[in-house]
Ligand binder design. Structure first.
Ligand code: SAM
Ligand code: SF4
Length: 320
């Protein structure tokens, strides 16, 4: 469906857990109090919301978290959503730690792609950033996923200590699409925003030659702008929500693990679908509630006007 600004909304990020086996400093730093909630949506509740979303024109779903591979039954849930007649893609965003053990099952369930979040290939920086010495598990997960025939993309949040060239080399050698993501001022990310190297494209051009913008790639419902570089075989994606906002073409909505439908990362507002499900709302009512909320999706985020950001939650609770 279209919202009131004429944007077609066809992509939903579903957060399936608030737990994680890493503690990334910009998302859920080590030692911080995690908000634990007993009241996460059940599989059947997520299924009902996804089905209502599909009826409203959502064709692409992303399963996220927390770490989605920690949720029991994640493969079954992915398969059930992939089986909707109009679904064109179900993808998963994972930190990759458990990926090796899941890759084959995910492929068999019909998962179209996995996005592995990997910000560095330096073991000690990885440990500092994530609180765990798990880099080898992540790279093994990537290799196993590729061998299982899954389409794998790498997502790297860009910070002052980012080692972009190592990641570029790693991705190019393996034919992986690499996307660099600007740090967003959401949750603990606010503490890191000023650290980022703002001009990503200049950095890349300096090392890899002139950049040429190309069309979206497969499963391209995301906001990345893709570029080919003279000295690189495979394109690189850039998601620059802060310096190059893409709100005018934003196509996404989010479902938190607790059942809130969120329309924009910047704002706390959302619709409490769990409450509706608990009082027995049927599919028609869910569709009506979601339709109204989507229609009123905010025009743009407010990342450049921090006083207007009302979202106070950590990214681990929202799903990125
Ligand atoms: N645990 C999974 C993972 O790391 O891919 C899924 C959840 S994680 C919240 C989803 C994505 O959000 C990750 O790629 C993570 O790096 C990114 N992320 C977290 N906080 C962010 C921030 N402040 N700005 C930009 N990206 C962020
Ligand atoms: Fe966990 Fe992903 Fe957040 Fe890192 S970014 S703490 S892996 S949810």
């Amino acid at each position: 469906m279209n919202d009131r600004y004429g944007r077609t909304i066809n992509y939903m990020r579903i957060s399936v857990t608030k737990s994680c086996n890493l503690s990334c400093r910009y998302c859920m730093p080590p030692g911080e109090q995690r908000e634990v909630s007993e009241k996460l949506l059940s599989d059947s509740e997520i299924f009902c919301v996804a089905k209502a979303a599909a009826a409203l024109g959502i064709t692409q779903f992303k399963l996220t978290g927390g770490e989605p591979l920690l949720r029991p039954g994640i493969v079954r849930l992915a398969a059930a959503i992939r089986a909707f007649p109009d679904t064109t893609a179900v993808t998963i965003t994972t930190n990759g730690v458990l990926l090796a053990g899941f890759a084959k099952e995910l492929k068999e369930a019909g998962v179209d792609a996995v996005n592995v979040s990997l910000d560095t290939l330096d073991p000690s920086y990885f440990q500092w950033l994530t609180g765990h010495a798990a880099l080898e598990q992540v790279t093994a997960g990537i290799e196993t996923a590729q061998s299982a025939g899954l389409f794998v993309r790498l997502n790297a949040v860009w910070g002052r200590q980012s080692d972009g060239r190592e990641l570029v080399r790693f991705a190019q050698q393996r034919g992986l699409i690499l996307k660099f993501i600007e740090m967003m001022p959401v949750g603990y990310g606010k503490n890191f925003v000023s650290e980022e190297k703002t001009d990503l494209i200049s950095f890349l051009q300096e090392h890899y030659g002139k950049a040429q913008r190309i069309d979206q790639l497969s499963f391209g419902a995301g906001p990345a702008a893709y570029y080919r570089f003279e000295k690189l075989r495979h394109p690189i994606g850039l998601i620059r929500a802060v310096s190059h906002p893409f709100c005018e073409t934003c196509n996404r909505i989010r479902l938190t693990a607790e059942g809130k439908l969120k329309l924009c990362l910047s704002y706390r507002d959302g619709v409490d679908l769990r409450e509706a499900l608990e009082r027995g709302a049927g599919e028609r009512e869910l569709i009506r509630m979601m339709e109204q909320a989507i229609y009123e999706k905010p025009k743009k985020h407010s990342f450049l006007e921090p006083e207007k950001i009302t979202e106070q939650g950590a990214m681990i609770s929202i799903g990125g």
